[in-house]
Design a protein around this ligand. Sequence first.
Ligand SMILES: [Zn+2]
Length: 153
Amino acid sequence: MTAKDDKAHLESCLICRQAKEEEKAVNYKQGLFFHETKHFRLRHSDETRIHGYLILESKRHFLDLSEAEPEEIQEFGPLLAQAIKAVRRFSHPHRVYTFTLAEAVPHFHIHIIPREENLPKRFVGRGIMSYPTKPGLSREIRDEISTTLKRFF
Ligand SMILES: [Zn+2]
């Protein structure tokens, strides 16, 4: 990949752009990303009102693990397990869903979604895909949850 390709991603990829903007923000450590490793970042999703819905994303722009470097793959497994454990400690969900689609944003990221015991049946299993995205989560609540989750790492 050339430097020019890297720059193109910064402009066209939502995840790359968001990370770049967050880097410029003074409150980076307390901001959007509440935990990071050498190759990955974790943030709380604000796409839904589900508390504890995390996004684990690669720092480098690539589509899926087939394009990941060995070092990235090594870091990924333990971090994913740690993130799932954090979600379990946070809300003690019945299940924790994990999946990646990369359709809307073709940059590697995993959705980690706690499924509470009392979630309406229509959203259970594959139904989670139709969970309402409006209204999303407020910045205040997201920051509060992120601060709690941060303690589990
Ligand atoms: Zn990207």
